[in-house]
Each structure stands twice: as C-alpha cells, then as structure tokens.
Ligand binder design. Structure first.
Ligand code: 13P
Ligand code: SF4
Length: 343
C-alpha cells in the first residue's frame, strides 16, 4: 500500500446513555468516591469529557487538564491506580510513564481519529523514507508510533520544541496532525514533512461561517485549537492547547468568546469565568442544520456508569508491551525534560 493512503476512519455515533435521575446520579457519584478510596485510585480527566466527570475528578483530588498536564500529574501521584477519563492514547501515556501503576479507563474503545489514522506499520515505512529527519509525533498516537519517534509533543509545547529543533538546524518529520504541523511550520519556517492526518472534530470548523459569526459579535475574542484548519486558525486571537484557551477566557478582558474546540471545554471555562459569554464556533456549512456539533465521539464514551464499572471490576486496564513501552518512553521523557527546562 502507498504509505500515504491512510486507513478510513470509523467514526462512532455519539453514545446516548439513558439519563439518570438526580438521586441515582448522586448515589452513583458517592459509590465512585468510595471505590476510589478503597482502590487507592485517582482520576485523571481531560477537559473534553462530561462535566460530571470533571467535577468528580476535582472533588476527589484528581486532575482535569490538557494532555501534557495529564501526563505530568499521573507520575506525581502516590496512588496505586490511575483512572484516565479521556481517550486511549492518554491512558497509554500514563502507563508508559508509570508501569508500576494500574491504569484503568472507562472504555478502551475511546480512540482518536489521529491515532487511528496513523498505523505503526505505515508510519514506520514513512519514517524509513526520511532517515535524516527528526521524528516528532503528537501525543495523539499509539504507543507503537511513539516507539518510532525521537520526540513526542502535545499542543501546548509543540511550538517551543519545533523552535528548538529549528535552532539546531534539524529537519522534522511530523505526524499525524497536518493542521498543527502546518501551524508550527508556518511560525518557525522549519523544513518539515507532514503526515496527512486530521482530527475529525476540529476539521469541521468552517471559516466562512466563522467570519460571519465574528461580524455578529465584534467584541468577541476568537479562541482556536491548532488542530483546526488553517483558514480558521488565521482568524484566531488566541491559538493554543485546551489549557491555553481556558486561560485566555479567564485573562482577556473581552465579554464574549467564540470557541473553536470541543464543547466539553465549556465546563471549565464557565467555572473559571462565569460572567463571560461563550459561543461555539460554527461547524456546519451552508444549508446545514447543525450549527455547532463539535464534540469528540470518543471522549463522549466516558461516563459515570462506565467509570463505576471499571473501578468495581478492575477493567478495562491499559497494557503496553514492555519492549514498546521502553522505546516509547524516550520521546515522552525528552518532551517532559524539555518542558521542565523551560520552567
Ligand atoms: P490538548 O493537549 O490541547 O488537551 O489536546 C488534546 C486533544 O485531543 C485535542 O483534540
Ligand atoms: Fe482525537 Fe480530535 Fe477527539 Fe482530540 S478531539 S481526541 S484529536 S478525535
């Protein structure tokens, strides 16, 4: 197969869990709290998961964070078990960094279109064509793909790492997100080859509809995650990781924000800046009825019932073969050491 003819991504329908009554939900939350104590477990949640899970992580001494902070947080814990509420690559990163800990996830089917669109065997063949390049992979990849890389980066640290490599005169092979790759390539001018992957959620943001929305809200700052297409990124006041976008809502004086990333992030934005008006950036084109449906179907697989079930049964558990883990640790450590050196 041509190394650049990528596999077709199977995007699941959004799960439709049966709604819980207020009393049932409260009882479930209490049960999970008790199970976390009993199992010496801590929750590590991403900003895109359901608000109930984010609230529970915070209430029980866990964390709600972007993918860089999730990786750091897990390693700093005494707990025997990390329960990662997010997508599979986040659980794998936690396991790679903490092989002695048990890492559970509510649903192992929670994948990511970037991860699914970059199979390790095709990626290895692609890398073989560029032996002179530093291989930099985004966190949103499998352990096997990370095992082939020199560096791993997340969206919050991609730009400083690429600037650092550019200063060293390096050429970069970047995978898998072409939009983030294009963004850092444009800002640094580095010589870069791109794997042509994309996030099915962010790729849906529409630039013409965004222009129209900005005219209707002239006071709004536009916040864009760099997995979005270039024409959308070009309209941003702030481009950044989930944490950087949340910080902008808190720090900027604007009364309104147009937000181009997964809507799960609104929970934290509202918590930190309750007086600010948040407007979802448009994902629908001309004539479509869905004005904004930016919600990752894999992140949506995490819910309270599955969380309780995984704590009760001890599964599903993330496993990474030791030979792959040891190699995948190298690019992750390199990123964490670089982040620490930046202060
Ligand atoms: P962050 O690292 O910004 O949290 O992004 C992770 C992700 O999957 C965005 O779609
Ligand atoms: Fe992957 Fe996109 Fe979902 Fe993030 S939002 S986990 S990049 S599919």
């Amino acid at each position: 197969m041509n190394p650049l003819s990528l596999p077709r991504i199977q995007v699941p329908a959004h799960p439709q869990p049966s709604p819980l009554s207020g009393a049932d939900k409260a009882a479930l939350i209490e049960r999970i709290k008790a199970l976390l104590l009993e199992q010496r477990a801590v929750l590590v949640a991403h900003y895109y998961v359901d608000g109930d899970l984010q609230a529970l992580a915070e209430a029980t001494g866990g964390c709600v964070a972007d993918s860089l902070e999730m990786a750091r947080f897990g390693s700093a814990q005494q707990a025997d078990t990390l329960v990662v509420c997010g997508v599979r690559f986040m659980g794998e990163t936690a396991k790679i960094l903490n092989p002695e800990k048990r890492v559970l996830m509510p649903d192992l089917a929670a994948s990511c279109s970037l991860d699914d669109g970059c199979p390790a065997d095709l990626f290895g063949g692609f890398c073989d064509q560029y032996p002179e390049h530093q291989v930099v992979v985004y966190a949103n990849t499998s352990a096997a793909v990370k095992a082939r890389a020199d560096w791993m980066v997340t969206s919050s640290i991609a730009l400083p790492v690429i600037r650092h490599l550019h200063q060293q005169g390096q050429k970069v092979l970047w995978a898998p997100d072409k939009h983030l790759g294009h963004y850092v390539q444009q800002l640094t001018g580095i010589d870069m080859v791109l794997w042509p992957g994309a996030c099915v959620v962010h790729e849906e943001f529409k630039s013409v509809a965004l222009e129209r929305l900005r005219k209707l809200h002239p006071q709004a700052a536009v916040l864009v995650h760099p997995e979005s297409p270039n024409e959308v990124v070009q309209q941003a006041d702030v481009v950044g990781s989930t944490t950087q976008l949340i910080r902008a809502v808190h720090d900027l004086p604007n009364p309104e924000f147009i937000v181009a990333t997964d809507e799960g992030i609104f929970w934290k934005m509202k918590q930190l800046a309750p007086d600010k008006q948040l407007i979802a950036a448009p994902t629908a084109g001309e004539g479509a009825t869905c004005e904004s449906c930016a919600h990752c179907p894999w992140m949506a697989m995490n819910d309270l019932e599955k969380l309780a079930h995984c704590l009760e049964t001890g599964g599903p558990e993330i496993q990474v073969a030791e030979a792959i883990r040891a190699r995948a640790l190298v690019p992750i450590r390199r990123m964490l050491d670089f982040a620490a050196s930046q202060g």
